[in-house]
Design a protein around this ligand. Structure first.
Ligand code: RP5
Length: 171
């Protein structure tokens, strides 16, 4: 799986700050990835050609992030049989991301988009989910995902220990 990578596509550069969370986790798990700005509405031809190109180059999972009428993940899902993870974003459309959530998740039967939570948590979970998908065929990735889970659990335990100490000190 040396050429295998995860392709991250986002509708706008305004999505980048949130999607940095995806990139950070993929990097931490040592999973090769690409980033592309392409819009289902503004540059549909680019989306079409990029999906074909990415597949040819070894893309195993697509992560698609968009806000408002977020049709990017659905469009990509219609163009590939690779797993597509959709990240709905709150892009200030005045609906708190509900617009993007419904646009991403409500796919017709036969063309699935694995939709994660709106915003930051979703961006992070998209990376973890992509890693778990790749981990079914790559033992090293699976091991790194397990280790990451353990590390995250330890950090919660440490936070609780700190809280308990603080409460004891406060009497
Ligand atoms: C969507 O519209 C993008 O994914 C972005 O979340 C939103 C707003 O885009 P900009 O107007 O900031 O470029 O297509």
């Amino acid at each position: 799986m040396s050429d295998a990578f995860v392709a991250i596509i986002m509708g706008s550069d305004s999505d980048l700050p949130v999607m940095q969370g995806t990139v950070d986790i993929l990097a931490k798990l040592q999973i090769p990835h690409s980033m592309k700005i392409a819009s289902a509405h503004r540059t549909p031809d680019v989306v079409h050609s990029y999906v074909a190109e990415a597949e040819k180059e070894g893309c195993r999972v697509f992560i698609c992030a968009a806000g408002m009428a977020a049709h990017l993940a659905g469009t990509v899902a219609g163009l590939t049989t690779r797993p597509v993870i959709g990240v709905p974003l709150d892009s200030g459309g005045g609906m708190g991301g509900m617009d993007a959530l419904l646009s991403t998740v409500q796919m017709p039967g036969g063309i699935p988009v694995a939709t994660v939570a709106v915003g930051k948590a979703g961006a992070r979970n998209a990376a973890y989910l992509a890693a778990q998908i790749l981990g079914t065929a790559d033992e090293m990735i699976a091991k790194r995902v397990k280790l990451e889970r353990e590390t995250n659990a330890e950090s919660v335990i440490e936070k609780d220990q700190a809280l308990q100490r603080k409460m004891r000190e406060a009497g």
